[in-house]
Ligand binder design. Sequence first.
Ligand SMILES: [Zn+2]
Length: 180
Amino acid sequence: MARPTSGRAILGIGPEAPPPSGEPDPELKKAILAQVDALTFRLRVNLWSLLWRWRVFPWREFIDRLKVSEFRSYANRGEARKSLGWAGLTKDKDRWLFGVLGYRIPLFGNSAMRHELFHATQDLMAGLFGRQPWLPRNVLAEISAHLWGGPLMATAVFTVILALGVAAYYLCDFILTFIF
Ligand SMILES: [Zn+2]
């Protein structure tokens, strides 16, 4: 199905990511609602909301919508691998739908859940999920969600890129010692 008119996946820029179509997951719901109470998440969203729209973030409305949202697991491995984390609208487009692979993993799980939660704050403030796909907006939405929502994921990605760069440098250096 088309994306991201219907939602945002974890790196929401690349190939199509399917929404989670498995069973409802009440544990995921509990875990995500617990993230909303985390002081560090609230502080970041409050600051973002003020800086971006000069508005106090509507927490009451946000929590009320989360409470009636759908939280699902992925139906199979292929779906999970393509999506990792997903936030968007249900088929009827009347509620939010969330799926987060590995949300139980310490630290990583929190970061992944906050990332998807942050997309929901973007939807509440700017109707993100209902908009037509547009690359610059997608990229901005992702950067913003990584920065404000769950910085761990971005840190992990950058660390891998940096490590690869360092490894490439030493490999070249090693090879060059044989040439010169
Ligand atoms: Zn995302």
